[in-house]
Design a protein around this ligand. Sequence first.
Ligand code: NAD
Length: 257
Amino acid sequence: MGRLDGKVAIITGAARGMGETTARLFAKEGAQVVIGDVLDKEGQAVADSIGEQAHYLHLDVTSEADWQKAVALASSLGSYNVLVNNAAILYYAAITEATPDDYLKVIRVNQLGPYIGIRESFAAMKAAGGGSIINISSIDGLQSKNGLSAYSSTKWALRGLTKSAALEYGPHNIRVNTVHPGGVFTAMHAAGDKTEPNDDDNAFYVNHPLPRVGLPIEIANMSLYLASDDSSYSTGSEFIVDGGWNAGMRLDLLPTS
Ligand code: NAD
């Protein structure tokens, strides 16, 4: 018996990276998964390799029409009750170098996209008797970095959106939470063609509580928990999966065990 038997999930940005890993895990646990992305070839290949439990569709998260098609597809597969807002773009620029258009481009994908998804999913999830919405934020939605104003703004915004949606949707048994990954070994993290991190990939994390980069499955496991009924009393909350990054840095000049 799978932990997601009988559930139908939409996962955005699932043509690769954490979204792909999440789609594979959810299908293994019994869910029907709708894989949405703008990378059509890669997304279709992921769906084909998962098999009959997976369905690819072109879903640009900034498009209301695309969201309506995705929700219709998910609803046609059974009770649509899980949404993972995972798609995002990373953008580095100093505040004084980026333009308002650059900033808005990031806001549209990372912030407006999840908002439209939540909005378009409400009626179907309510009709299904409830559901779980998982918004993939970041360590940068808890702190930030120089050069990351646009991305970080969107990841903080997801926390506010999540809390507001949790308040509005809770009476309909729809839970809404954020997940905050630390550094995770994907294309966004410059993984390139490598499937396993090496010492160079882990070097940045040497003074973190867990001194290594995270793996996509370690984030997918948290999304699995939130998608499943095991998390039935959690909503409006932040779930951190960052190897302890947010706890602080180990300082070499101070005593340690
Ligand atoms: P990734 O770049 O490998 O995957 C992101 C996916 O989103 C891609 O398939 C891309 O095509 C898709 N996408 C981009 N724009 C889209 C759009 N408009 N509509 C639909 N899909 C779109 O990234 P990842 O590392 O797997 O990141 C997944 C999530 O985790 C993101 O929300 C990211 O911000 C977050 N995150 C990543 C890290 C990390 O270190 N990798 C850390 C913290 C948070």
